[in-house]
Design a protein around this ligand. Sequence first.
Ligand code: CU
Length: 474
Amino acid sequence: MTRSSTTRRRFLAALGAAGLGGLTGCTGIGALSNDSDVPTATPRSPPSGPADTAATVRPAPAQAASGLSPDTWIYNEGFPGPQLRVPEGDVLEVELANGLPRETTVHWHGVPVANPMDGVPGVTQQPAGPGESFTYRFRAEPAGTYFFHSHVGLQLDRGLLAPLIVEESDPHVEYDREYTVVLDDYLDGAPQPLYEGTDSGGRGPGMGGGGPGMGGMMGDRRPPYAALLANGRPPNDPQRLDVREGQRVRVRFINASSATYFRVRLGGHPMTVTHADGRPVDPVAVDSFRFGAGERYDVVVDATNPGTWELLATALNGRESPARALLSYDGGTSAPVSPSATGRELSYGDLVARTPIDGLDGSPDRTFNLTLSAGQSGWLIDGQAYPDADPLQIKEGEHVRVTMRNRSPVVHPMHLHGHFFQVGNAVKDTVVVPGHMGTVTFDFLADNPGNWLFHCHNLYHLESGMARLIQYIE
Ligand SMILES: [Cu+2]
């Protein structure tokens, strides 16, 4: 979907935003089950007072006229769902009105909301059943490029995803227009678990030497994707991102896929990366970047090279045709020119946050050394498969350090709910841990009490157990 500054109004219209009247959902929850013997800390409350922006998110099965598979589930009849766009600092109130035949939630990926608003079923809320609603309420800050999606089972890979843009009041780069590009891997059937441990929630005992695809093939299994999409469009029907010569264009890239590690390239132009996971960085010019599921990059492109240029997002762990869009000058229809296969690629070491996280000087108060690995029936953190896994317990105010060592051959995009973390000189919420003993360390400040999921954002890895709770204790 093409987005411009008018999209806030369009979104509100499209979503049939109600007034700021009474809440119909349950805004708070009682204590969910807590197996720990240690008393847990009380989460922050969501903001009170009137909301600045209200909207309704309506998940439902795709209609036949949409051209999507009948197994696809979408938000507000759009795929991806309509972009939710709000000014930084607004109190946002979103009613989830569940039109699905199954229970669901919404997770605001990357936004450090109060814990009861985080949308993790069984951890931060009871999910909304069919026909039920739940009202989310949070302050839209800090500014950045986010997305929202279901956090129930494999629903993200059924299509329940949409961009969330929190507009900066004072951007550190100037630009004339902007686009959002949502990259996704599309299934034309209902998603199925890929690993033995995940069928109907049961985790069967010993799978022996491993079933099909197990054992030594615990490599990068992916579902049978029908296509890689950019803004819901297949490669043979690309969206045109219109520009004029001399303009500077901001492009917000969201990897909303469930299992795809993308490499993004643009023909004829360098891309200057300005934000990583929504947080501003010192601008750095590159020819390509890679990102894992859950990561976002914003770039600016100076339109100084008239023509029609391909924007390609190639699966580094798949064989589908690349997702595709076109950078198109003045509505021209010249044949698209492909990007070069070579050039400078972004690395995490290039990212320097303009606002580092305060309070992380000195040595950490608490350190976790975690091994990422493949088990017989799924993916593990330190040998355990969530939910049969020990919570990582921390206390408010602590400087926490997490080191992840990847003993598997595949990448794991690890995502922390409720917090940004410092990784090198970057501030992010999702970081790819490379395969073959790749090691990544991040630090965060424990400033948002509650129970938070920390997990691989490859949905199939998550489903098979590659997650832990980070739990604040007294
Ligand atoms: Cu993973």
